[in-house]
Design a protein around this ligand. Sequence first.
Ligand SMILES: NC(=O)c1ccc[n+]([C@@H]2O[C@H](COP(=O)([O-])OP(=O)(O)OC[C@H]3O[C@@H](n4cnc5c(N)ncnc54)[C@H](O)[C@@H]3O)[C@@H](O)[C@H]2O)c1
Length: 258
Amino acid sequence: MLLTGKSIVVTGAGSGLGKAAAIAFSKEGAKITVLDLDEAAAKCTADKINANGGEAMYQKVNVADKGSVFAAGEAAADTFGSIDVWMNCAGVSKILPFLDCTEEIWDLTLNVNLKGMFFCCQSAVMHMLKNDGGVIINMSSQSGKKAGAQYQAYCASKFGVIGLTQSIALEYAQQGIRANSICPGVVQTPMWDKQIADYARKRNLKPEDVMPYFCKNIPMGRVCSYKNFTDMAIFLASDKSEYMTGQAINLTGGSLMH
Ligand SMILES: NC(=O)c1ccc[n+]([C@@H]2O[C@H](COP(=O)([O-])OP(=O)(O)OC[C@H]3O[C@@H](n4cnc5c(N)ncnc54)[C@H](O)[C@@H]3O)[C@@H](O)[C@H]2O)c1
């Protein structure tokens, strides 16, 4: 096991990629703090980990609320003694024409995806400095490196995540804190279930033709699996990646090469 005894906080762990990462980290021996705005979903992930012989606690958190984030960080450190890894998966996404993007949609997207990540990274760094280091993993996206039309707020937030992560990596490289981001293409999570109709409208496709359309345009001919993603998350969380910091790693089946 690659993460035995490590205390790992995962935001957005009630659904999709955060949930998959939390479960995968637990199978590698880590103790997990499951954070999500959706308390019932967070409980469900923690219950699943505990029922499978792992160790998890959960807390409702709104990552866009600094007090909520800092309290969750304290609770994680109190429960498990430290925070060794903090993975930021909480996120929102909306596909819509530029002129239809309201101030509310812009603010929600930037507040959750970027300001929320800033608060979470601050809490992570404060705790990791007490332990002589740790690992931060931030969810960016292929949309953090290459913009898509009708994806203005999301792309702005995900480009921002890469800059935030690089700045933290540089500032704390000598103190043993590594910070990297992951840039997946498409993983079929509840986030995609919710936005597939909007993507279909954007491309003038039927919703059922969206995933085949993606596959046709990806060099490897398929979207990213949960396992492809959790393998990368485990690698970044573990000492196997101990010389890597400030990276923004593509998981795009060859679609992006920079
Ligand atoms: N699925 C993909 O194809 C894909 C690709 C690239 C990047 N990503 C990124 O990966 C991350 C996870 O995406 P997913 O597909 O698992 O999405 P998802 O919608 O399945 O899960 C997101 C989780 O974040 C939680 N959340 C939302 N707002 C929150 C808040 N204010 N505070 C705390 N929790 C909050 C939700 O309740 C949900 O449980 C996101 O940052 C997303 O942008 C996803």
